[in-house]
Design a binder for this molecule. Structure first.
Ligand SMILES: [Zn+2]
Length: 269
């Protein structure tokens, strides 16, 4: 960078055109180097095994002791209860392709509300939901084709994610997943966001699941900066997704699943 700056100053004393070209070059380099540390991917030298060393603020990705996802090999949680109060989404609904996943951003839509849940007496508001394929969590060492993450936050800054796993089924594909995935073509390119006119009904998601049947554990976000202290709830039932819907998702969002992390003595309920 210093070398480039010196070169630009040297050449700026010559032709004005050359100066402009070199200053542009400098700005491009500054922009590229400034963003490089913030990039991550699911393969190659910015893949999950390197996230923790890409930038100091992502160190937890490699040094954290309570990371997600995990392989779940435990009895169901019979001590905690989950109280869901999600509110159906209506137009306009913000959808985006952030380059890592397809996401429905609840907090920024004009309604500004999608409901909440109660966990251990704490209210967590739904802020966004997104998908991973294949699933990030494994159940008894088995992964599934798709995982939906419903991301919540509490007033005190706590985070809670509810995970739903899906496999390709011959019939009875979950209608919520089909409906939510349908407009993905409107954000076909990475880093694209738009508002759609539609409505999404959470009952269409929950009809396929017994919401009283789940595992819970303390983990992290599954993307950098891999922040810990995230309460996880993973539904025990496996939903169904159609081959067509899954293929459409994978066309616009390539493999985006972090490998399972060590438990390090954590208890899964
Ligand atoms: Zn996720």
């Amino acid at each position: 960078m210093l070398l480039t700056l010196s070169l630009s100053l040297l050449y700026s004393r010559r032709e004005r055109g050359m100066k402009v070209v070199f200053l542009c070059f400098v700005f491009i380099l500054m922009f590229a180097s400034g963003n490089r540390a913030q990039e991550f991917s699911y393969d190659g030298d910015t893949g999950p095994q390197y996230w923790g060393s890409l930038t100091p603020s992502w160190a937890l990705c490699s040094e954290g002791q309570s990371q997600s996802p995990i392989n779940i090999n435990a009895s169901l949680d019979t001590t905690n209860s989950l109280s869901l109060h999600w509110v159906d989404l209506v137009s306009p609904i913000t959808i985006l392709n952030n380059g890592h996943t397809y996401q429905i951003d609840v907090s920024s839509n004009s309604q500004g509300k999608a409901g909440y849940l109660i966990w251990n007496g704490i209210k967590y508001t739904l802020t966004q939901f997104h998908f991973h394929s294949p699933s990030e969590h494994h159940i008894y060492h088995k992964y599934y084709q798709l995982e939906l993450h419903m991301v919540h936050s509490s007033a005190s800054g706590g985070s809670l994610v509810v995970g739903f796993l899906f496999q390709i089924g011959l019939k009875n594909a979950n209608p919520f997943v089909s409906h939510v995935m349908h407009p993905i073509t409107q954000v076909a390119r990475a880093i694209q966001q738009t508002n759609i006119h539609n409505s999404f009904h959470f009952s269409e998601l929950l009809n396929s699941f017994n919401v009283n049947s789940f595992w819970s554990y303390s983990g992290s976000f599954t993307i950098p900066p891999c922040t810990e202290g995230v309460q996880w709830i993973v539904m025990a039932d496996i939903g169904s997704v159609s081959d067509r819907v899954l293929t459409r998702f994978q066309r616009y969002v390539p493999f985006n699943s972090r490998y399972t992390q060590k438990l390090n003595g954590r208890v899964v309920f």
